[in-house]
Design a protein around this ligand. Structure first.
Ligand code: 3IO
Length: 341
């Protein structure tokens, strides 16, 4: 009897060992784990779109992929995002291309003053621009999506109702937006968004030039009681992935990521456009923010000063060997198409 029990136990033991060793790798190894770094605080739009993407990926892969998100610059910071992803510090990272205008020449053309009407249209336009030109700046990464902010406006501690009141005033902006501020005679101060709250508090800058949802998401409405509406330009963003990590993904997972590219771009655009409206309602009602709309005559004056910017950009980048005229024309054409015109 004892011997028989011994055989049975040995059999169970061996069966267990075999079933463990023969289980498919994915079942024993658990989900594919990926890290996703972001530079601004969690409540801001780049992180909201990150959480939405994470949820969507985990759902569409049936839990085969698990994403750990790192908002607030906890894994990589604004200007180190691209190189950090190339080095593999994070598997995925979200970056604002305006912080390195010289590095992302083609995609930063979306920040020329071309009258892009909203984030939805601008985001889809940028994504098409990237896919058409496949800029060398992204050769070392897999680009998962791109999107833009809503058009920029001036948020300030002092009223700015005309160009005279803007002259020499230190205002924070980056990339294409900084060029535009310069053309209006402001004293542009360049820094990434996460450094702006402190600069405003300390008085290093008297305002900022960006999309208006930050009035609520960064609570800038508590300091900046004035908004001057001018509705140009947008800031471009990219979500990039480490190339080796991308290549290591199973084909079905790659397919899910690729399918999400355009969907994530338009989702973020629509979220941004709606969020700007909400933020401005809150700013006016709860924070007593005053909004200035320029007279037709003032507006024409402001826009006139921007006319040389695109012409100069074309000239400069043609000399560098880029199809600069075609890039600008494509932005205009794509935007018109997405605007339904
Ligand atoms: C931005 C960057 C981080 C979080 C929220 C934001 N809303 C608009 C921007 C654009 C931007 O990068 C900038 O520097 O104005």
């Amino acid at each position: 009897m004892k011997r028989k029990l011994g055989f049975v136990l040995a059999g169970i033991f061996l069966a267990t060992i075999f079933s463990i060793t023969w289980m498919p790798a994915s079942a024993t190894a658990g989900p594919i784990k990926l890290t996703y770094a972001n530079f601004p605080p969690a409540p801001t739009f780049p992180c909201v779109q990150m959480e939405r993407w994470k949820k969507e990926v985990e759902k569409r892969t049936n839990g085969k992929v698990a994403i750990s998100t790192f908002p607030g610059g906890t894994l990589l910071k604004a200007k180190g995002m691209m190189d950090g992803v190339i080095a593999g510090t994070a598997d995925i990272g979200n970056l604002c291309m305006a912080y390195q205008p010289g590095r992302f020449l083609i995609t930063n053309a979306i920040a020329l003053p071309l009258g892009l009407p909203n984030s939805e249209v601008a985001s889809l336009t940028l994504w098409d621009l990237y896919r058409k030109y496949k800029p060398k700046a992204f050769a070392k990464v897999k680009v998962l999506t791109m999107f833009t902010t809503a058009p920029s406006n001036i948020m300030s501690k002092i009223p700015i109702r005309n160009l005279e009141e803007l002259k020499g005033v230190p205002i924070r902006a980056s990339g294409g937006a900084a060029q535009i501020l310069k053309a209006w005679g402001a004293n542009r101060v360049g820094m990434p968004m996460p450094e702006t709250p402190e600069a405003l508090q300390k008085g290093v800058v008297k305002g900022l030039f960006s999309s208006l949802e930050v009035m609520k998401d960064f609570k800038f409405a508590e300091l900046c009681k004035y908004v001057t509406m001018i509705q140009t330009p947008v800031y471009p963003f990219a979500v990039v992935m480490n190339m080796d990590k991308w290549n290591s993904l199973p084909k079905d997972v790659q397919k899910v990521f690729d399918e999400l590219g355009t969907q994530q771009s338009v989702w973020t655009g629509v979220y941004m456009d709606n969020h700007v409206k909400k933020a401005m309602r809150w700013s006016k009602r709860k924070q007593g923010v005053k909004v200035f709309r320029l007279s037709k005559k003032q507006q024409a004056k402001w826009y006139k000063l921007l006319e040389p910017i695109t012409a100069k950009w074309i000239e400069k980048n043609k000399a560098k060997g880029l199809p600069a005229e075609a890039i600008v024309q494509d932005i205009k054409d794509f935007a018109q198409m997405y605007s339904g015109k």
